[in-house]
Structures are given as C-alpha cells and as structure tokens.
Design a protein around this ligand. Structure first.
Ligand code: CO8
Length: 259
C-alpha cells in the first residue's frame, strides 16, 4: 500500500524507514501500522539493504497509537488493532535484517513498543520514553507488557507501566532500555555509522545471530543452546564462513556475499 505516512530512503545499504505524521507526533493510525508493515516487507526483500533503521519525522519518534482513532473502538475493534500491532512486531522479530530504532524524540505508548520491537535503541538526549496507556484507562497493547519485562525485568517494567511516567533518554539508558544516548543533531550520523559497521559483517551471520537471540529468549536455555549449536553448524555450509575465515588467514578484509 502506498502511503505518505511512512517513508523509505535507501542510503548505501541502509534502509531508513521514517514514520511521517509529524503534525500528529507520528501517532500510529491503523493505516500507518499497515504502511509500516509494507515498508518493512519492502526493505526486507530489497537485496541492497543490509540494515534497517526506524525513526520519526519532526520532534517525535512516535507518540503512541492514534488516540482519536482508538477513542471510538469497541472491544472487537481494539482487540483487532492490538493483534494488527502484534503481527507487525512478530514480523520485525522474524526479519533477517537487523533493525535499529533511532529514537529522535517522544517514544510513548505504541511508540516505545515499536522501538522495543527493534533489535536495539539509540536515543537523542531530548527523547522521552514511557508507556502512558494507564493514564488513558488502558494498558500497552503493542507488545509492551511482554517485551519490556524481557528487556529490563518485571519490577521496573511495572513501575513504568503503573505510573505512566516518562523517562529521560539518560534514565532509559541507565535502566537498560536504550543502548546509547547521543546529541540530537548527531543521532542519525551515529546510527548510520553503527549500521554501516554491522553491514560490513557476515550478512548470514548477523541474521543467524538475530534468530538465535530472539528465539532463544522464548525457550529453555537447554533448547536455546541446542538451537545455537544447530545454527552455528549451518553457517559452516555458507560461502560467508569460508570467505570470513580465509580472509582472516590471508590478512585481508572479508568480502561477504550473504550466502
Ligand atoms: N494520538 C493522536 N494524536 C496525537 C497523539 C496520539 N498518540 N499524540 C499527539 N497527538 C496530536 C495532538 O492531539 C495534537 O493534535 P492537534 O494539533 O490537532 O491538537 C498534535 O498531535 C500535537 O500534539 P501536542 O500539541 O500535544 O504536542 P506536544 O509536542 O506539546 O506534546 C506529546 C507531545 C507529549 C507526545 C503529547 O502529544 C502526548 O502526550 N501525546 C499522547 C501520548 C500518549 O498518551 N500515547 C499513548 C497512546 S495509547 C497507545 O499507544 C496504546 C498502543 C496500543 C496498541 C497499538 C497497536 C498498533
């Protein structure tokens, strides 16, 4: 679906996906969630893209789901909207390409949940992160009650969810929610450098590492180790493994092909 609500820009192997409703602080309407899904499917399918970055236009990352649209929903519509969101975050987990959230401003409610569905978060100093759903009489419905405790533990998650308060970017880093805090005017440069760093590594190795970490979080450690061993072995059937190891032994940079 063509929508101006989400833009895609491809820059030297990095696919930058921008939520683009700045006048509404990039609030996620159903149409915007659909547009995000189709944008992510597009960058996943594009062989020129190695790493994906999600960010927001203007002063917000994403200020949550569209409250105006939600205000008239009944139970069935709200459940369907939440499930629509769950399909999107499941897609993000299953994507082979790494996804970095470049949180340029407010990441609230569904906005923080979108960032949590990325592989990790870099944030601008001015960014504010929180789950204010209880202030609206609802709960996070876009994976927040599940993804946040897995990342920062249940106690801090419950404090954030029960109070609805906003963390500064620095507090969010101290809580383990954000990897790095960067001055706003340097955020995209730093994130693009990071993305380029990842893109230079074995493409198959990166997607396999993502699969091992994401899948491993949902199974016992024993099964996670079994999965890791199987995936490790599989990579030895790839050209990238041969190229990476031969390049090391021949003291030259590796030229990975992603196969
Ligand atoms: N939904 C709809 N419109 C919004 C939203 C939103 N989430 N956030 C901001 N807007 C609109 C405002 O209504 C305003 O519109 P208008 O100009 O027509 O009056 C415009 O954006 C600008 O907003 P502000 O004037 O408030 O801008 P500020 O820069 O002063 O403040 C804030 C920015 C702090 C982000 C403020 O707008 C705010 O608090 N927004 C609401 C944050 C919030 O409560 N988010 C949680 C929503 S609930 C949720 O996300 C649940 C997700 C569950 C399922 C999702 C499945 C996909």
């Amino acid at each position: 679906m063509e929508s101006q609500n989400v833009l895609i820009e491809i820059d030297d192997g990095i696919g930058v996906v921008t939520v683009n409703r700045p006048q509404l602080r990039n609030a996620l309407s159903s149409e915007t969630v659909e547009a995000l899904e189709s944008a992510l499917r597009e960058v996943e399918a594009n062989a020129d893209v190695k790493v994906v970055v999600i960010t927001g236009a203007g002063k917000a990352f994403v200020a949550g789901a569209d409250i105006k649209e939600m205000s008239t929903m009944d139970t069935a519509a709200a459940r369907a909207f939440s499930q629509r969101g769950h399909r999107l975050i499941t897609l993000m987990e299953q994507m082979k390409k790494p996804i970095i959230a470049a949180v340029n401003g407010y990441a609230l409610g569904g906005g923080l949940e979108l960032a949590l569905a990325c592989d990790f978060i870099y944030a601008a100093e001015e960014a504010r992160l929180g789950l204010p759903e209880v202030t609206l009489g609802v709960i996070p419905g876009f994976g927040g009650t599940q993804n946040l405790p897995r990342l920062i533990g249940p106690s801090r998650s419950k404090e954030l969810i029960f109070t609805g308060r906003q963390l500064t970017a620095q507090q969010a880093r101290e809580w383990g929610l954000v990897n790095e805090v960067v001055p706003a005017d340097e955020l995209m440069t730093r994130v693009m450098e990071l993305a380029q760093n990842i893109a230079r590594n074995g493409t198959l190795a990166i997607s396999t590492a993502k699969e091992a970490v994401v899948s491993g979080l949902n199974v016992t450690k024993e099964n996670g180790l079994r999965l890791e061993g199987a995936l490790f072995g599989l990579l030895f059937d790839s050209e990238d493994q041969k190229e990476g190891m031969h390049a090391f032994l021949e003291k030259r940079p590796a030229a990975f092909k992603g196969k």
